[in-house]
Design a protein around this ligand. Structure first.
Ligand code: 8YV
Length: 309
């Protein structure tokens, strides 16, 4: 049986199925240091996720590591360079989550503009008929800016048609054949957009990409939607822009230091906060588990993963 290191728990279904078929060492249970010292040399596969990642300090302790198979599309928490330097393939689970993440991005657009979560709290707390409820902002016909027109960004853009929203995007380079307008200057895209949706990867290249100049360009009527990574946004600058009324609102599924959410955001009616659930549906999480297992099996059978990052 191939010896595997699992960095963190996924569903019970997944954990039990994996453990029934392979020797699986749970990194998150007990003394991780002792586990690596005793078994590090036998471990051939790391099973992880976008959330649990795999640092270089763990990869270094696994001299016989042959592959890293991850649950999730993002791999900013995995030391991919350290793996590559040793010729170790890393797989992720792209595509199967595009629709659910894009659905959630649209949910955040509508919620942050139309104050759905705020209205729900207002009714439940018995404030209806007691105090006034603020007016929201129209969604249909508004301008949709996308930062990172990859597979998820495309799925967000496609959803704009039902809302009659013109779309423009910012990437490092234009996407060949894309029907959407390219904006090379992110500040200009933010100035144009009513909603700025972040669907770019995390990691050093996009760290704090959304900074004060971008937020100020989006402006007091603009709304920021983040279903990418918290690291893409300068979070203190975002909180300040919202507090000072320089930004109109935000719909946030991701944060700089999850699960910590800046307390100031939780008091704002025009801000929607979610616990990183972009891919979090029964159907998509199952598809992600299956794709992880398909990558693992392909590697065990043929020595190559299906979705190398
Ligand atoms: C997951 C994600 O929620 O795929 C990603 O990159 O961030 C999400 O789909 C999750 O973090 C997987 O652990």
């Amino acid at each position: 049986m191939t010896c595997m290191l699992q960095m963190g728990p996924l569903t019970d279904r997944f954990n039990q199925g994996l453990a029934a078929a392979h020797e699986v060492l749970p990194y998150w249970q007990g003394d991780a240091e002792a586990l690596l010292a005793e078994h590090g040399a036998r471990i051939e596969i790391v099973i992880t996720s976008a959330r649990f990642g795999c640092p270089a300090s763990v990869i270094e302790r696994l001299p016989n590591l042959k592959a890293i198979c991850s649950f999730g599309v993002g791999y900013d928490a995995i030391a991919v360079d350290a793996a590559r330097a040793r010729g170790i393939p890393v797989s992720n689970t792209p595509d199967v989550l595009n629709d659910c993440v894009a659905d959630l991005a649209f949910g955040l657009i509508i919620d942050s503009a139309r104050l759905i979560a705020h209205g729900d709290r207002y009714v439940r707390e018995g404030r209806w008929g007691v105090s006034g409820f603020p007016l929201g902002r129209r969604v249909s016909g508004k301008r949709l800016g996308i930062v990172g027109l990859g597979r998820i960004g495309e799925a967000v853009a496609r959803r704009s048609t039902g809302f009659d929203m013109p779309v423009r995007y910012h990437n490092r380079r234009p996407v060949a054949g894309s029907p959407y307008g390219y904006e090379a200057d992110l500040v200009e895209l933010a100035r144009w957009a009513d909603f700025l949706v972040l669907t770019c990867p995390g990691g050093p290249q996009t760290q704090n990409l959304i900074d004060r100049p971008v937020l100020d360009a989006l402006g007091p009527k603009g709304i920021l939607i983040n279903v990418a990574r918290g690291s893409v946004v300068d979070e203190p600058a975002l909180v300040a822009a919202l507090q000072e009324g320089r930004l109109g609102g935000a719909g946030l599924d991701v944060f700089a230091s999850e699960p910590r959410v800046p307390a100031a955001l939780c008091d704002m009616p025009n801000v929607v906060v979610l616990p990183h659930v972009g891919s979090g549906t029964e159907e998509t999480r199952l598809a992600m588990e299956e794709l992880l297992l398909a990558n693992l099996q392909a590697f065990l059978d043929d020595g190559a993963v299906l979705n190398p990052v």
